[in-house]
Design a protein around this ligand. Structure first.
Ligand code: NAD
Length: 292
């Protein structure tokens, strides 16, 4: 059935996701601070509002696809926030990669305000957002997922992974692994290249061998070999996710020594590559550190 969806955060991920919902026949009312992002959604047939609260006021569902927990909290329960504007019982779906413990607290604040919140972060990148093939890791009540399922299935494959916050925990854990893989894969690939091996010969062999990962199957072939570095996932966002995961390990008393080294390396690259760098540029940065 046709849902009325407020979509807040029309960036690299939010734009193609909102466009899919429009194409599937849902009523989408979008908001982003960036005017260019709002205009892009209008051209795709979506409506836009002047504020997030205005977008959410008439919606059944409020999807948030924002940078981090700080922004999600400000938009939801900050001054002029969305919570005060929605109809009672409105379902919030935080699809951003936020911090699980802050998500739990936010869900309580949202419940106290008479609404509901589930977390539903995604994996699959901009390509997956465009194709509607995202992995969607849902934390929350089964009944809430049932209500959101029709809309989420336009974007990818939703699966309930636990109570509120569980999706955000799992997403951060996935990205810590993904980032550590990309770093070691890049050091290893550059070693092979310096030895004289052809990168595509290496990737073909590795992709049917035990060294394979998303970094060898997707990131190196699509964004690094051809030096386009245009995955659409910012380096700073990846670093945020790594810190969420190592923070969880620390607070739960789980060892995280190699993970901490990965965070250090990624922070150095982040500082040197500067704002706006794509996360795949760590491979370019590593190449520049070498003698070759
Ligand atoms: P992005 O930086 O491209 O988009 C974020 C958008 O939020 C921007 O358009 C920005 O203008 C908007 N925004 C910021 N503050 C706002 C506010 N107060 N009100 C309204 N809009 C505001 O980021 P993205 O790549 O789309 O990622 C969004 C989230 O999804 C992040 O948490 C990220 O970690 C996660 N994620 C990204 C990818 C990817 O491949 N890009 C994949 C999976 C998950």
């Amino acid at each position: 059935s046709r849902a009325s969806v407020a979509f807040v955060g029309l960036g690299n991920m939010g734009t193609p996701m909102a466009e899919r919902l429009v194409a599937a026949g849902h009523e989408v009312i979008g908001f982003d601070l960036a005017e260019a992002a709002r205009e892009r959604l209008q051209r795709a047939g979506g409506r836009t509002a002047a504020t997030a609260a205005e977008a959410a006021a008439q919606a059944d569902l409020v999807i948030l696809m924002l940078p981090n927990s700080g922004v999600v909290e400000a938009v939801t329960i900050g001054d002029g926030g969305v919570l005060a504007a929605v109809r009672p019982g409105t379902l919030f779906i935080d699809m951003s990669s936020s911090e699980p413990l802050r998500t739990r607290a936010l869900a309580e604040a949202v419940a106290a305000g008479g609404a509901r919140l589930i977390d539903a972060p995604v994996s699959g990148g901009v390509k997956g957002a465009v194709a509607g093939t995202l992995t969607i890791m849902v934390g929350g009540a089964e009944a809430d997922l049932a209500e959101a399922r029709g809309v989420l299935e336009v974007l990818g494959k939703p699966a309930l992974v636990g109570p509120v916050g569980a999706g955000h925990a799992l997403k951060a854990i996935n990205n810590l692994m993904s980032a550590a893989h990309l770093w070691v894969t890049s050091e290893a690939m550059l070693t092979g290249i310096a030895f004289g091996l052809d990168p595509s010969v290496m990737l073909d062999a590795i992709n049917t061998s035990s060294g394979r990962s998303g970094s060898t199957q997707l990131k190196w072939p699509n964004f690094i070999v051809g030096e386009s570095y245009d995955s659409g996932f910012g380096l700073g966002l990846m670093l945020k996710d790594m810190r969420i995961a190592t923070g969880l390990a620390e607070s739960l008393g789980v060892p995280h020594t190699l993970s901490d080294r990965a965070v250090e390396h990624w922070s150095t690259a982040d500082a040197e590559l500067g704002q706006g760098a794509d996360h795949t540029e760590v491979a370019k940065w590593l190449r520049q550190q070498g003698r070759a």
